[in-house]
Ligand binder design. Structure first.
Ligand code: MG
Length: 239
């Protein structure tokens, strides 16, 4: 299993609110430009290292997302005013590979943080809050702008989330441009591209599955299977 990629990540950058129907389901405002936040690499949960851990008092939401891994340094990636084919070639060239990711979020923690205007770090950064699949070679996803992501809790059918990356408001070139205009992306860094509709809660005892399909065919490397358990520890969320 190829999981060494996750140890090379010096940062994990996540795009928020990149699918219209997900913005609506949380009654969020549609941003006028891509915005992003960081998750600590310590929150990464690799296959075989489960379960997902639920901190005390926290309403943990799943968000299935396509992640890409940088193979090159990217700084000031320009999209506007450039030849489209040139942009396509350059952005695909900067990507080393992909992974399925779950951007776990302490929703009640985040709601409280939003009200107070504080950073999202706690809501997004608990240990195990970033399950990743194994590394997906670039050749398996020739067009990241057209793959289907899905996530199911307790084998629910149809899955809780299942949508195409075609629905992204800002496709990967725009994401790369927004992030790299602020911070240099380094080889090994991981970028999460936002979640489609259907997010919801998980609790101890649940089982989470997820995957990626290309033209209706499952990519074996993308499979995620995880149990969910209590975290224990000293943290407790109190409103
Ligand atoms: Mg997310």
């Amino acid at each position: 299993m190829s999981v060494a990629f996750a140890e090379r990540a010096r940062k994990v950058v996540c795009i928020g609110r990149n699918y219209v129907d997900h913005i609506k389901e949380l009654s969020n405002v549609r941003p006028t430009a891509p915005f992003f936040f960081l998750k600590p690499p310590s929150s990464i949960l690799l296959p075989g290292n489960g379960p997902i851990l639920i901190p005390k008092g926290v309403n943990v939401h799943f968000e299935v997302e396509l992640a890409f891994i940088l193979g090159k340094e990217v700084k000031d990636f320009k999209v506007a005013g450039r030849d489209k084919a040139e942009v396509e070639k350059e952005y695909l060239d900067a990507i080393d590979g992909y992974a399925l990711a779950i951007d776990l979020t302490g929703r009640n923690v985040q709601d409280e943080i939003k009200k107070k205007g504080l950073p999202w770090t706690t809501a997004k950064g608990f240990d195990t809050f970033l399950p990743l699949s194994t590394f997906i070679p670039k050749s398996k996803i020739p067009n990241p702008a057209d793959v289907t992501l899905w996530l199911s809790v307790n084998n629910q059918s149809p899955p809780n989330q299942k949508d195409s990356t075609k629905l992204m408001i800002w496709p990967i070139p725009e994401i790369l441009s927004a992030i790299s205009s602020v911070m240099t992306l380094q080889p090994g860094d991981i970028v999460l591209t936002g979640t489609p509709k259907g997010v919801g809660s998980i609790k101890p005892g649940d089982h989470v599955s997820g995957g990626i399909e290309v033209d209706g065919v499952a990519i074996p490397e993308a499979k995620i299977e995880l149990d969910v358990a209590d975290k224990g520890g000293i943290y407790e969320f109190k409103n």
